[in-house]
Design a binder for this molecule. Structure first.
Ligand code: 13P
Length: 266
């Protein structure tokens, strides 16, 4: 049984006060809606500077805090970078690796992703490896080959035990921030393909345990349909994660599964 994993990628958004307000608001809404965090993993990926405040606000709530990126080295002369040891020291539970915006604007490669995935696991941090094709690659029909190459390149030195700990996020670049969601069938077809690539390399038993997320214009009104698909186990949400009032609807995508009836307020 794969546990749903719902993530909020804030990207480069919010200021200090917004982050604190969001943290308090989300904690309250999770309580009010009786969301059972034993049934769904939830992580917020703020900019680095808000992590400490959110760790305090989320203390003992079960909500995880993740990083949007990290360096793979333990420490050293890498101005502007943050190491896995620093994240671990701060109690950060997960990290996004190889988001398409980092690949596109900051020269992230499959090789650097492979080092980051390995380093994250070595520090007990759960990596979320992002893969996804551009519009022209989708339209030319090459999308499976493109995603397979990204996957195998970014998982180069990962063994079976490490694979089970790695989350894969399928984020087609053409669906990010565009309001254009892949159809649930397209998203699930790719998630199933990703699982088959993992199965080819690591065997079916490993592949069946790997959490695969979809990301790209996920909203409160399309999450339930996406989560009902056979191979989609979670979501990596950008725009619709920026307000706790929207994100709670995504976390609680099926109240029969993760939450009960909202508490009655006297
Ligand atoms: P949007 O949900 O804004 O399309 O962003 C998706 C994304 O890139 C999450 O990492």
């Amino acid at each position: 049984m794969r546990k749903p994993f719902i993530c909020a990628n804030w990207k480069m958004n919010h200021l200090v006060n917004d982050a604190s307000f969001y943290g308090e608001d989300l904690v309250n809404r999770i309580k009010m809606e009786n969301v059972d965090l034993k049934k769904v993993d939830v992580a917020i990926f703020p900019p680095y500077m808000f992590m400490a405040a959110l760790k305090v606000l989320f203390f003992l709530t079960g909500i995880n805090v993740g990083a949007q990126n990290m360096h793979y080295a333990e420490s050293g002369a890498y101005t502007g970078e943050v190491s896995p040891a620093m994240l671990k020291d701060m109690g950060i539970e997960c990290v996004i690796v190889g988001h398409s915006e980092r690949r596109q604007y900051f020269n992230e490669t499959n090789e650097s992703c492979a080092k980051k995935v390995k380093a994250a696991i070595a520090h007990g941090i759960r990596p979320i490896l992002c893969v996804g094709e551009y519009l022209e690659e989708r339209e030319s029909g090459r999308y499976n080959d493109v995603v397979k190459e990204m996957l195998l390149g970014s998982l180069a030195d990962i063994d079976a035990d490490e694979m089970i700990k790695t989350v894969i996020a399928y984020e087609p670049v053409w669906a990010i921030g565009t309001g254009k969601t892949a159809t649930t069938e397209q998203a699930n077809e790719m998630a199933a393909f990703i699982r088959s690539v993992v199965a080819e390399k690591y065997g079916n038993e490993v592949a069946q345990q790997v959490i695969i997320q979809y990301g790209g214009s996920v909203k409160p009104d399309n999450i339930a349909e996406l989560m009902a698909m056979s191979d989609i186990d979670g979501a990596l949400v950008g725009g619709a994660s920026l307000k706790a009032s929207d994100f709670i609807k995504i976390i609680n995508f099926d109240p029969a599964v993760v939450g009960k009836e909202p508490a009655v307020v006297e």
